[in-house]
Design a protein around this ligand. Structure first.
Ligand code: FAD
Length: 434
């Protein structure tokens, strides 16, 4: 039996879903978020994220959380150094050295999530509600069935449920594909951070490249260090090469024979219980879709999963902002004519206390048009970032990786300046005909 649901149903309490929920609630639009995890504490939220002015930071500003987030940010986390496997340094950048560019402060993923969760009305998140499937009942009504067999119906359904979205099949049948990279996601606790590991990693991120592999330790808050050990390999490699029950660190260390000493020191300092194998999946940057349905869409990784390149969360947050603006425009009813004074006094200005906007059921045709416009703009905005991510991974796991990355990095800096100057003029124009 399906329970009918209020105006906006969001699937997934990641950065995209939570930012959208916050935006809608700030504009008095009721919404519910269904999340697969059992509670806010069910899973560690992973590493640190750098937030960008034109996307992540802009969204936080628009949802009134930027000042609170700033108190948790680490500007020094922007530093980046790149070595080859012998330990030769190819890039050594710090925020002071590249002060010409806008800031990109780092924030722990868990802190960002807690901030967003704390900003929502009580009861907004329905934990332990993993979605099993979705289906169209008619052109603007959708049924969402949860893993426990219960279901709801809704007229506005938003998929913010990550790379393996269960909402996306309503819009198209393309799935993200394995991008050839698997990794071990690990953590060094603060108590195991020796002076030489600190020296090797620096205050931000350190990338060591060679032999179709990457080793990426990344400082998090409170002196912890996230470590990604990444390999170019077949999709089944992780299953075929299972980690042993004991001696996981030694086993992973053998994947980096003869690499600079800092790599071994980091691996041996990792807390074994944190080692999590992962595979990376991505959409092709040229992929586009279109749908005839009204009232359903996707955002964040559900819409444009890409290999991690520092953009995923920023684009997901920008999607939430743009979709929030689209939905609010369609769901707010125009204000009623308020003056009760007789003519001609009714034309005199009246002082009105701001009142809660009325929420209306949107016209399906108008909503369809507005949502498709949001999707077209999103695809245009994200495609260059997806392309950059593809090039980055080709470079990191190709021959002479550190040297080639230095060249690509310079090119990206030049592109960054060009984009800052020309993009400021070009983007609003492009938006007009998207
Ligand atoms: C190893 C790694 C490192 C990364 N590093 C960075 C980085 O440094 N910078 C950066 O910008 N990006 C990074 N990313 C990418 C970034 O994590 C994503 O782009 C971002 O989290 C997307 O946000 P989202 O809300 O769209 O999806 P997600 O963060 O994936 O959130 C989806 C939510 O939906 C829930 N969910 C999933 N399926 C269901 C279901 N069936 N029913 C109900 N709920 C469901 C999930 O539990 C989750 O809470 C990294 C990704 C990985 C894998």
């Amino acid at each position: 039996m399906s329970t009918p649901q209020g105006p906006v149903t969001i699937i997934g309490a990641g950065p995209a879903g939570l930012c959208l929920a916050r935006y809608l609630q700030l504009h008095s639009v009721p919404c519910v978020v269904y999340e697969r995890e059992e509670s806010a504490e069910a899973r560690g939220q992973g590493g640190t994220l750098d937030l960008h002015e034109e996307s992540g930071l802009l969204t936080l500003r628009e949802i009134g959380l930027l000042d609170d987030a700033r108190a948790m940010m680490r500007p020094e986390g922007e530093a980046m150094r790149v070595f080859d496997k012998s330990g030769k340094a190819w890039i050594d950048e710090s925020p002071e050295k590249s002060s010409f560019f806008p800031e990109r402060p780092e924030i722990d993923r868990g802190m960002l999530r807690d901030l967003l969760l704390g900003s929502l009305e009580p009861g907004t998140i329905q934990w332990n509600h993993g979605v099993g499937s979705t289906r169209v009942i008619d052109n603007d009504t959708y049924e969402v069935t949860f893993l426990d067999g219960t279901s709801i119906t809704t007229n506005i359904l938003i998929g913010a449920d990550g790379t393996f979205s269960r909402v996306r099949p309503l819009l198209h049948s393309t799935k993200p594909t394995y991008n050839g990279i698997s990794l071990y996601d690990m953590l060094i606790p603060e108590s195991s951070m020796t002076p030489s590991i600190r020296e090797f990693v620096g205050s931000g991120m350190c990338i060591v490249l060679g032999d179709g592999k990457a080793f990426i330790p990344q400082m998090n808050s409170a002196g912890k260090c996230k470590v990604y050990a990444e390999l170019k390999c077949d999709e089944k490699w992780l299953e075929q090469n299972k980690l042993p029950e004991t001696g996981k660190r030694e086993w992973i260390n053998k994947l980096y024979p003869g690499w600079t000493k800092g790599v071994e020191e980091c691996i041996m300092a990792v807390d074994e219980s944190t080692i999590t194998p992962r595979r990376l999946y991505a959409f092709d940057s040229k992929f586009r879709w279109s749908s005839d349905l009204s009232g359903v869409t996707i955002m964040g990784d559900a819409a444009h999963a890409m290999a991690p390149s520092g953009e995923g969360v920023n684009q997901a947050m920008k999607d939430a902002l743009e979709l929030g603006q689209t939905l609010v425009a369609e769901l707010h009813a125009p204000p009623r004519f308020a003056s009760l004074a007789p003519f001609p006094l009714s034309f005199l200005p009246v002082t009105q206390t701001p009142c809660k906007p009325r929420i209306r059921r949107p016209d399906p045709k108008r909503l369809h048009k507005a949502i498709r416009r949001y999707e077209r703009r999103m695809m245009e905005r994200v495609a260059p970032e997806m392309w950059t991510s593809e090039e980055l991974y080709k470079c990191w796991f190709g021959p002479d990786a550190a040297k080639t990355f230095k060249g690509l990095f310079k090119w990206l800096m030049i592109w960054g300046v060009w984009d800052m100057v020309v993009g400021t003029l070009w983007r609003p124009l492009r938006g007009l005909w998207a």
